[in-house]
Design a protein around this ligand. Structure first.
Ligand code: ATP
Ligand code: MG
Length: 297
C-alpha cells in the first residue's frame, strides 16, 4: 500500500463554500462507518521504525484507552492520525475520509486534541472563556474574535466541564486540573466527533486526578459525547465507559479489543516488560509490578 501524502496547504486552497461543503459532507456520513480505520500503518524516520503494521478500527459509540510503555509509539500514532506525522506506508481513513485524498486540515476541525504540547501553546493572559472561544477556530489555524453566540456557547461548555466560575480568570493562574478541563471545553467548542486526550492526568495530584476522571466518566456517558481516545500509562485511569483498549509495544499493536478481554495481567506484563499483577476493584483497575529478580537485594 502506498500513501499519496497530504497535498501542501497552498495547493489545496479551497474557496470557503467548497471547504464548507467538504466538512459538512464529512459530518453527514452514515453512522455505520467507523470513526477510524487504519490498516498496516507504518511510520519510519531515517533508520528508525516508529510504528509498524498497525491495524486498528474504532467504531462510533466506542471509547478507547491507548496503553503502552514509554516510547512504544502512542503519541506518534496520534500525531499520524492528526496528519502531523506522515506515514510511510498503510492506509488511514478518518471520519470517512482517506488520508492522502482529503484536505486533512479541514478534517482536523472535527478532531479535538488535548495534550501537554497544546497546553503550552495557550496565551497566558487570556481568560478561560477566551481560551474556550478560540477553540472554535483553532483546528483550522485561523485567529478570529468570537461572536456573542460563541461566548454564550463557551460559557455553556465551561459549565459542562464544571468550571463556570473560572470564566474570567487568566489562563496562567489556573491549576493544572482546571487547565485540563478548560482545554477539553476548548476542544468541544468545535463540536468534534473525535476527542484525543494524550496523558491528560499527567501532573495532577491524586484528588485532582480522581475528580478529573469522574468528570471524564460523566462526559463519555452522554450520548452526545464525541468518541474519546485516552492515552495513559495508568490502568487506574480507565474509568467505566472506556469500552476498548489498544496496547502498543515497540511501535506495534500487542493487543486490541474490548477492555474486559484485552486488559489482562499477561498482556500488561508483555507491554511493560515486567511481571504485573492486575486487580479489579469494583469497576476500576489497579496493578502492582513485581521487582525484577536481578534487582532484588
Ligand atoms: N521524528 C522522529 N524521528 C525519530 N524517532 C522518533 C521521532 N519521533 C518519535 N520518535 C521515536 O519514536 C518512539 C515513540 O515515541 P512516542 O513519543 O510516540 O512514544 P510514546 O509511547 O508516546 O511515549 P511516552 O509514553 O514516553 O509519551 C520513541 O523511541 C521516539 O524516540
Ligand atoms: Mg507520548
Amino acid at each position: 500500500m502506498e500513501f499519496i501524502g497530504i497535498a501542501p496547504a497552498r495547493r489545496q486552497n479551497f474557496p470557503p463554500p467548497v471547504l464548507k461543503a467538504l466538512t459538512q459532507s464529512a459530518a453527514r456520513r452514515p453512522a455505520r462507518r467507523p470513526v477510524l480505520q487504519i490498516e498496516k500503518l507504518q511510520l519510519r524516520r531515517g533508520d528508525t521504525i516508529i510504528l509498524d503494521d498497525i491495524s486498528w478500527r474504532v467504531e462510533r459509540g466506542q471509547h478507547w484507552v491507548i496503553l503502552g510503555a514509554n516510547g512504544s509509539g502512542k503519541t506518534s500514532l496520534l500525531r499520524a492520525l492528526l496528519g502531523y506525522f506522515t506515514p510511510t506506508d498503510g492506509k488511514m481513513v478518518l471520519l470517512g475520509r482517506s488520508f492522502g485524498r482529503t484536505d486533512w486540515r479541514a478534517l482536523r476541525k472535527h478532531v479535538g486534541w488535548v495534550s501537554s504540547s497544546v497546553r503550552q501553546l495557550m496565551a497566558e493572559e487570556e481568560t478561560a472563556l477566551e481560551t474556550v472561544v478560540s477553540g472554535k477556530f483553532a483546528m483550522i489555524d485561523l485567529w478570529r474574535r468570537g461572536s456573542p453566540a460563541d461566548r454564550r456557547r463557551a460559557q455553556q461548555l465551561l459549565r459542562r466541564v464544571e468550571c463556570a466560575a473560572l470564566a474570567e480568570r487568566p489562563w496562567r493562574v489556573l491549576s493544572m486540573g482546571e487547565q485540563q478541563r478548560v482545554l477539553i471545553a476548548r476542544a468541544l467548542m468545535a463540536t468534534p466527533r473525535l476527542l484525543i486526550l494524550d496523558e491528560p492526568c499527567a501532573g495532577l495530584d491524586p484528588a485532582a486526578r480522581e475528580h478529573f476522571l469522574q468528570f471524564l466518566q460523566r462526559l463519555i456517558r452522554r450520548e452526545s459525547s464525541p468518541t474519546v481516545l485516552l492515552v495513559t500509562h495508568h490502568v487506574e485511569e480507565i474509568v467505566p465507559g472506556f469500552s476498548h483498549v489498544l496496547l502498543l509495544h515497540s511501535g506495534r499493536v500487542l493487543a486490541a479489543g474490548k477492555t474486559s478481554a484485552t486488559l489482562t495481567a499477561r498482556a500488561l506484563s508483555r507491554a511493560f516488560n515486567a511481571r504485573i499483577a492486575l486487580v479489579k476493584s469494583g469497576d476500576r483497575f489497579a496493578l502492582t509490578v513485581s521487582p525484577r529478580p536481578d534487582r532484588m537485594l
